[in-house]
Design a protein around this ligand. Structure first.
Ligand SMILES: NC(=O)c1ccc[n+]([C@@H]2O[C@H](COP(=O)([O-])OP(=O)(O)OC[C@H]3O[C@@H](n4cnc5c(N)ncnc54)[C@H](OP(=O)(O)O)[C@@H]3O)[C@@H](O)[C@H]2O)c1
Length: 376
C-alpha cells in the first residue's frame, strides 16, 4: 500500500534532549530556524505530534507566513495542513490551542481511547480508532488513502519519532543541533532505546542557520521481510532514476538496479547497456562489480526497477538466476515484466522457487515505466 512520505523534524540539545523539565517549552533554535520550519510545514499535507507534546507545549502548529498560506491556497491545497495527533489514553485537553487554530484535525487512537477522546473533544476533531493497539502503518495508510496525505511532517516528541524509526516508516530526518546542554536525565530525549537500523544513515545535507546546524538524513537499511520499509522505497526510487540513464533501445527495456547490504551500505549499482556492453542488464551490471566471495551478498537486497528477467536471448544466464547464484535472497521491484519481448516471463517465480523473497511496490511502477514509454 502506498504511504505518505514521512519527514521527522526536531531540534535537539548537544546532549540529545528535546526539552528540559521546566514548565515552559525550551527554545532550542532561533527565528531563522523557526521560519525554516514554517516553510517545511507549508510543504506538508499534514503535521503530526504525539499527545505528550500537546500536553507539554500546547502548540498551535500553524503555517505562520500569510504568503506561504496564500501559496498553498493557490495550489489548490487547504490553507493549513491537516493536524494529527496520537493517543492511547484519549486524555486530551479540549482547551488546548491545537484544537482551536488552523484547519482540520484528526486523532488516531485505540478502541479503548476513542470513546474518551470523542467525549472530550466533541466536534473539534475526527477520532479514528485503529484497534486494540495503535498500528502506525495502518495510521499512515489511513492518512494516505482517506485523507489524501502525500507528505507528513512529524514534529515529535521523542516517543513518536522513536517508534517511526524502529518500524522503518521514516523517510527522512531533519534534525537541528542546538549549542546548549540540558544535562537532566528526567528530561525527554530525542530517541529512546530499542532496535534501530544497523549501520549508518545517509547524510543528505547540512546547513548552518544562525548558531544551530540543520542535518538531513535518510535511513538506508533494507527491510527484512515482505513488508517494504521507507528505506526500500528510497532505494527503489534510486533504481528507477538509474533506468533513466540507459542508452535508448527499441529491442530492450531500460532498467536500473542497486545492490544494498543489510546495514544499508550500497554495494553496487548498474543500468541496462551500461559502459561498452550493448546487451548487459542492470542487475547483471551491478552484480559484476561485487566480488563473488563478498559475504554481504547473503543479507543483501537487490532493487530493480523492472522484475529481474527469467529468460533472455542475449546471454545464457537470466538475471533471476544471477541473483540466486550470487546468494542474494531479497529483491524489491516496481514493475512485473510485460509480454513485450518475452511471453509469460516470470522472474518472480524463478526467484521464489530459488528461495528468494520478491517485494513489488506498484506505487513506483509509473516511474519505472517512464523511460520505456516508447516500448509500451
Ligand atoms: N525539540 C523539539 O523539536 C520538540 C518537538 C516536539 C516535542 N518536544 C518535546 O518532547 C516532549 C514530549 O515528548 P514525549 O516523547 O513525551 O511525547 P510525544 O511523543 O509527543 O507523545 C507521546 C504520547 O503520544 C501517544 N502515543 C505515542 N505513541 C503511541 C502509540 N503507539 N499508541 C498510542 N498512543 C501513542 C501517547 O499518548 P497518551 O499518553 O495520551 O496515551 C504518548 O504518551 C515535550 O517535552 C516537548 O517539549 C520537543
Amino acid at each position: 500500500m502506498p504511504l505518505p512520505y514521512v519527514l521527522l523534524s526536531a531540534a535537539v540539545s548537544l546532549d540529545g534532549y528535546l526539552d528540559d523539565t521546566g514548565p515552559d517549552r525550551l527554545l532550542l533554535s532561533g527565528p531563522a530556524d523557526f521560519d525554516r520550519v514554517d516553510a517545511v510545514r507549508a510543504s506538508a499535507d499534514a503535521i503530526l505530534v504525539g499527545a505528550g507534546t500537546i500536553r507539554a507545549d500546547n502548540p498551535r502548529l500553524l503555517v505562520n507566513s500569510a504568503e506561504r498560506r496564500a501559496d498553498r491556497v493557490a495550489r489548490g491545497e487547504p490553507e493549513y495542513p491537516l493536524k494529527v495527533t496520537v493517543t492511547a489514553t484519549g486524555d486530551l485537553d479540549p482547551d488546548a490551542k491545537f484544537w482551536h487554530t488552523g484547519g482540520d484535525k484528526i486523532v488516531y487512537t485505540t478502541d479503548q481511547g476513542a470513546e474518551r477522546a470523542a467525549r472530550r473533544l466533541g466536534r473539534s476533531a475526527d477520532v479514528v480508532p485503529l484497534g486494540p493497539d495503535l498500528d502506525w502503518r495502518a495510521l499512515l495508510e489511513h492518512l494516505h488513502d482517506v485523507r489524501g496525505v502525500g507528505r507528513l511532517m512529524v514534529e515529535g516528541g521523542g516517543t513518536v519519532h522513536t517508534q517511526l524509526l524502529h518500524q522503518g516508516l521514516a523517510d527522512e530526518l531533519q534534525l537541528v543541533l542546538a549549542p546548549l546542554f540540558v544535562g537532566d536525565p528526567a528530561a525527554p530525549r530525542l530517541f529512546g532505546p530499542g532496535a534501530y537500523q544497523p549501520g549508518r544513515l545517509r547524510l543528505l545535507d547540512t546547513r548552518r542557520i544562525e548558531d544551530v546546524v540543520l542535518m538531513r538524513y535518510v535511513p538506508t537499511a533494507p527491510g527484512t521481510g515482505a513488508v517494504a520499509t521507507a528505506a526500500d522505497r528510497h532505494w527503489l526510487r534510486t533504481a528507477c532514476e538509474l533506468a533513466a540513464l540507459c542508452p535508448p533501445s527499441e529491442t530492450a527495456f531500460s532498467v536500473g538496479a542497486v545492490v544494498v547490504a543489510a546495514d544499508g551500505t550500497e554495494l553496487a549499482r548498474g543500468h541496462s547497456r551500461e559502459g561498452a556492453d550493448p546487451v548487459v542488464h542492470a542487475e547483471e551490471a551491478a552484480l559484476a562489480k561485487i566480488g563473488a566471495d563478498d559475504a554481504r551478498l547473503a543479507g543483501a537486497t537487490v532493487y530493480s526497477s523492472l522484475e529481474p528477467c527469467a529468460r533472455r536471448a542475449s546471454r545464457p544466464a537470466p538475471c533471476a538466476e544471477l541473483i540466486l547464484g550470487a546468494g542474494v535472497r531479497r529483491v524489491v521491484t516496481a514493475w512485473r515484466e510485460p509480454d513485450t519481448f518475452v511471453a509469460g516471463a516470470d522472474g518472480t517465480g524463478v526467484l521464489a522457487a530459488g528461495g528468494a523473497r520478491v517485494v513489488v511496490l506498484p506505487e513506483l511502477e509509473e516511474q519505472a515505466k517512464a523511460p520505456n514509454a516508447h516500448l509500451l
